[in-house]
Design a binder for this molecule. Sequence first.
Ligand SMILES: *Cc1c(COP(=O)(O)O)cnc(C)c1O
Length: 412
Amino acid sequence: MELPASGLPADAVLEALDARRAGDADWRHGRTFSLIYNTGDEQLEQLMEAVAARFAHDNALNPSAFPSLRDMEREVVAASAALLHGEPRAGALTSGGTESILMAVKVARDVAADGRDPSRRPLNIVVPESAHPAFAKAAHTLGIDERRAPLGDDLRVDVAAMQTMVDADTALLVASAPCYPYGLIDDVPAVAELAGKLGTSCHVDACLGGWLLPFLERLGHPVSPFDFRVPGVTSLSADVHKYGYSTKGASTVLHRDRERLKRQWFLFDGWPGGIYGTPAAAGARAGAPIAAAWAAMNYLGEAGYLRLADDVWQAFDAFRSGIDAIEGLAITGDPDFPSFQFGATGTDLDIGGVADAMDDRGWHVDRQQGGLHLMLSPHHLTVVDEFLADLAAAVRGAGASRGRAATYGGVS
Ligand SMILES: *Cc1c(COP(=O)(O)O)cnc(C)c1O
């Protein structure tokens, strides 16, 4: 397309946008399982829209121009740190988990590079095979090697294998709390202990778990140790735009102390435009996601997050037992968290065909390498029976897979 010769009236632009959205995922009715974290709370939805409208134009690049954004950012970071037993002033708000991870890897790299002979081999990071691709992306971007450690029989990272993959150039060890594909929390104390022995950094990817596990713990569910209470953990990522239920564009990256955070900052004084500084990767930063994170947190409060965590757990129980009861299907591993895979127990059932049959019934179940993936939000509690009935029927009627690949994300 080229620019229209003259602009359209605003109404016509909105109409055209609405028409374009007709083919987009219908996430409001519990039929999608990733990308959107739906509480089903219409008041929260409207609040997010009102906040987006109010802060649509603001730019967090210069905090002295928008002190409201600076203060909200600090408060969201402090709240995240309080949940995870970290330092209130040792973190930053970023655009998402990927940027938080990029910053954590950068800090680890810079700590490791301190006083190191730069002509040596590149630094490396060792991450579980199940760790998010954002680590591969960060390593690639930062010019360091990424090594993926195999998983043990329980699908958590095999720490003994990890130990054989580290060397004097290892800058960072990673554990997930939990990993996305199987919803398993790695053995964080063991990974952090290994990092401590090596004198390297240790990042816990709690992008998914950061805003849900603390509430599950308070509700009395078993949560294995993953946060700053574990000695040796030097940074954590926790996304507010996932189980913090704010609209997209808000994650927190937290460091053990403020000295490490300072290594994340970029300051440049060689520019005619003036002294330039940014706390993370972006330059200009949208104000709306910062305000949305603050608004979601204050609207829900601790009681709201506890109630939603309870809904998610109930949905998790119901989906888990329902899927296990369907002959021919089994959940992969023993997930700690409502982001999990299920697959076929035998070769006579084509799990891709099951996904196709679910597509035909209007469900969007994600395909993975080894099966199908569900990530549950509070609103899924309202579709349990319908989903399980359709899944049982899809298994009975499944043919050969139409061959849709397992993809997550994409480029155009
Ligand atoms: C979502 C996710 C990320 C990346 O976060 P984005 O917000 O998509 O950039 C990293 N790790 C895990 C475990 C995730 O689920």
